[in-house]
Design a protein around this ligand. Structure first.
Ligand code: FA5
Length: 351
């Protein structure tokens, strides 16, 4: 058999393919062309597969011609693809969609929660006065949360802290564990593990089994403070807390101490600042009094010092506990504490 007709039909195939390729205007039509000619079942591939049935010398001649056609088609395909790509880029540039001078799209940035911000600010104020920051457990023993703070079982002062108890009963039928109702148990933990001088602040979450309202949450933060040393007086406490109020609220704020009762301090006090909204004249925020209470404080009760093995004839100290959310509310004029933990980004994004 002569190979001429086969070679001729290959030449025809090549001419047809090149002509169709030059008439393919888009990436899609070029891809269809590739499948039709060079794909697994394409025209040229079928010719190459058919070579097996030829005699060896015919196979060599037709094979060489078919490979030349294949190389030419592949090269033409690459050129056509390149031309289409650069035409597309050119068209995009024409439309101005690739204006590299446009500013980038803004990336939404996360930020610190307002509670985290105020807790850090409060701690930084005390750190600047030489206090150390310490943290402790949220699941606590009755012993630390109450008993060693001079609040024995059945003491009426327990009613000051509505408690979430952990559902575990000991051999006396008592529930010894709870979610801490305040950060004061850390006073005991710290004094048990260190000797004076002690100067610490303890930020952390607390839990109370109470109905929520505009100023009460069942989960909230406190920052506890404790300073114990030889010869610490009530005047040291006032000086430290005045300085704290000055750092946080500015030097124009006035501060007031009044008697208050907490079993673990003696004497106990509440500290208030004059209302920033009405400058002490009396308004809705300060409930007409001109003053806003910001913390409980007092001199550490000698019974508490003795309970942790400190000599109360040598050492004295002061402690305080404040609510950071309430302080953030004062600073930013927020009228409902529940906004802090309802995860509304419109609220959180403002800080
Ligand atoms: C105490 O918890 C004492 N442990 C504070 C203390 C420490 C006194 C050391 C003396 C010495 P009180 O229950 O008043 O006290 O809470 C202190 C602060 O925690 C309050 O002033 C308030 O800012 C905040 N707080 C209390 N309960 C809630 C609540 N349900 N939601 C939000 N904040 C609260």
């Amino acid at each position: 058999m002569t190979v001429d007709p086969l070679i001729r039909s290959l030449e025809e195939l090549q001419a047809r393919a090149l002509q169709e390729l030059s008439a393919s205007p888009s990436a899609d039509s070029v891809e269809r062309w590739r499948v039709a000619y060079l794909g697994r079942k394409g025209h040229l591939t079928l010719v190459l597969r058919g070579l097996g049935s030829l005699a060896p010398e015919e196979r060599r001649a037709v094979g060489a011609a078919a490979n030349r056609v294949k190389a030419l088609l592949e090269e033409s395909l690459a050129r056509a693809e390149e031309a289409i790509k650069s035409a597309e880029l050119h068209a995009l540039a024409e439309q101005g969609r690739l204006d590299v001078t446009l500013p980038g799209r803004p990336v939404p940035l996360g930020r610190l929660h307002p509670t985290t911000q105020i807790v850090r600010e409060i701690c930084a104020a005390f750190v600047s006065m030489g206090f150390q920051v310490v943290e402790g457990p949220e699941v606590e023993w009755d012993r630390y949360n109450f008993e060693m703070l001079n609040i024995p079982k059945d003491h009426p002062a327990r009613d000051m802290w509505d408690t979430f108890w952990i559902d575990r009963v000991d051999e006396h039928g008592e529930r010894p564990m709870l979610l801490r109702t305040h950060t004061s148990p850390m006073q005991i933990r710290i004094m048990e593990s260190t000797r004076p001088p002690v100067r610490v602040v303890v930020p952390g979450k607390c839990y109370r089994y109470e109905a929520t309202d505009a100023t009460h949450e069942s989960q909230f933060y406190q920052v506890e403070g404790l300073a114990v040393d030889d010869g610490i007086t009530f005047a040291d406490m006032k000086g430290t807390l005045y300085e704290f109020a000055r750092l946080l609220f500015g030097s124009e704020r006035r501060v007031r101490f009044r008697c208050d009762y907490f079993p673990f301090v003696e004497p106990g006090a509440e500290m208030s600042i004059d209302c920033f909204a009405c400058n002490g004249q009396g308004c809705r925020i300060c409930k007409g009094t001109g003053w806003i209470e910001i913390m409980g404080a007092g001199m550490v009760n000698p019974r508490v010092l003795e309970g942790v093995g400190y000599d109360s004839s040598k050492y004295t100290g002061f402690a305080f506990g404040l609510g950071p959310e309430r302080i953030a509310m004062l600073k930013h004029g927020i009228d409902d504490i529940r906004l802090f933990y309802s995860n509304d980004l419109r609220f959180l994004g403002q800080f």
